[in-house]
Design a protein around this ligand. Sequence first.
Ligand code: MRU
Length: 314
Amino acid sequence: MRTIDWVDGAVEIIDQTALPTVLRMLRLSTVEELVDAVRRLAVRGAPALGVAGAMGVALAAASGGSVARTAQLVHVIETARPTAVNLARGARRAAAQLPHGFDAVLAEALAVRDEEIASSVAMAKRGADLFAELCGPNPRLLTHCNTGGLACVTGGTALGVVVELHRRGALGGVIASETRPLLQGARLTAWELSQAGIPFRVAVDGAGPFLMARGEVDAVVLGADRVCANGDVVNKIGTYAHALGAKAAGIPFVVVAPESTVDNDTPTGAAVEIEDRDGAEVAGDLPAVNPAFDVTPHELVTAVVTDQRVLRFN
Ligand code: MRU
């Protein structure tokens, strides 16, 4: 099952807000519906957002408005969420085909989808090979947020590596960090691991560094919303704390992300706009601060595995 696809003239997504209780599809027929789904995280995860951005432009092209109106819609899509580079990138790729008509725009959107599917396969193999080299047999891994097929189209980034290690009989265990406040780890990663028949445990986010210090984790593996030119990694809030924990424990900290998430136009993490979400997600009526992402300096990163290469930093 694909997380996002183009079906009979509209975008179909798995509604990630309903999981793990209900597995249901949503059909998005207008740009407004698509942008709302992106903002509510009904579709989420950097690669999936890239496909959503591109398919959103196909919806804009299909709506048959003026050139100015279509450009306005493209802007709304690009900026629906600011941090994952894939969203604007996917939208711009499809928008570059607007002068050639709807069919060309849709073809580009489908190409973005297909490239993400292929990237997942390549990352899983390369990442699993790297863990064999870094950790030896049967590493016990900790992962954060959700980086499986739900965050992509199928397959996954970091979770794709976990699944591939399991397939090889070379996984010593996996801990899913729950990922407050929206619980992408406890809801989505746990659901995907259950579906794949992979044993796992969920831990509160704050337990990660302690579990590493106590020798219960051999490496951290997670994804990225943007990898900057200098290797700084922007990812789900809580990633930086896990990186500090990994550094203190002396274990590898590995980021798995497709080339579509590597942004050489952004020099460092300091240049990235971090999405601040509604405080109500954190603490109901209490005053709250809710950055959805953080920046992990490349000094704390062992390697970034993409679909084409391994970038080593430490
Ligand atoms: O706010 P989200 O759920 O879209 O955040 C997603 C993440 O931070 C993922 O870790 C990242 O996109 C990598 S997914 C392959």
